[in-house]
Design a protein around this ligand. Sequence first.
Ligand SMILES: [Zn+2]
Length: 392
Amino acid sequence: MGLNAQDAVIQEVIEAMHIDSMIRFVQEMSGEVAVDLGDGPVVINSRHSDHAGNALAQLYFERKLASFGHVTETRSFNATGRNVLATKTGSVHPDEIVVLCAHYDAMPPGGLYDAPAADDDGSGCAALLEAARVLRDIPFERTIIFALWDQEEQGKIGSIHYANGMAADDADIVAVVNMDAIAYDGNGDRKARVHARPVANSLAIADTVFAVLDRYAFDLDLMLTNPGAVYSDHASFWSAGYGAVLMIEEFNNDGNPNYHTPNDRVQYFDVPYYEQLAKLSVASMATLAVPFDPTTSAHGRLGAALVNNLLVYPNPTAGRSRFRLHVDQPAHYRSALLNALGQEVDVLLDAELPSGDQLIEMDLTRMAAGAYTVQVIGPDGDLRAIRVLRIP
Ligand SMILES: [Zn+2]
């Protein structure tokens, strides 16, 4: 399929993210070079929660995000813990939120050693900064929140506080992309993982990551881990009922030997690998945020529109649920519910639809508990699918 206008925006994002820029950010936050935060040059030797460098890092991220033109906000959640946030409001659906995140705190413990934490998670933080720099002037339909967590290493304290607070406010977070350790590939096999679980739309978010991997030329061997690990901040969103994925280097069989040591330094990065995994993560998030382009033709936009605008809620469900389908131009659509064997168990829709957002009700009350797929076929046979979980 040819590149449509939305794809062109994503392609532009991929090309605009510069590896030199990301490496510079990692050098600054991991003590390789000094930074000036307003009082002359300082070196951030450690970002550990108990180390003075943690507060320097927090200031560093505030200054960087502000320098890219974002309004930043720092939220305290305990005596020393602070999350740094920047919000880019959506042009069409400002209430629908896509979160791009990484944790800025570090191991090993402060005072005793340096904690450069270049890979874990300077790599994710630098990719986030580069995304914030590149995306500043690109309009998206949905709101993007750039979030840098503190105290991940003490038990995801910062992200738990944030995710629970958003759930308590009934915030409509439609996707979370967490980047944690994305720069190490010891054996050069280009393997990386996306971690997801059947929680809310997490598996559909992973599907979008694989769709982005296929559509643009990434030199990565990506694997799905399902059920995904709960050792990083995306799991705080799962616990709060939101869809989220973790993007991470292949840690199971090719772990970074410098993990949580004073040797977790940028010199051990596989730089081309880091560039690829950072760009895949950000391009996936940007696809989920939906580039805003009112001039695009309906046909050109269809694939992305279906990928991005198929949203099932509530999901998981104990019975009644619904999905939302965005249609750019009137066309015939057919949608079916498939069971885990791929057999059609219900026809949800078979009709001409007007343009706009369509809400389609479905009733899984009589269905057995388990995983189902909502499949939608649009004009020209374009097919998209999203998973829905029927719980007892
Ligand atoms: Zn980490």
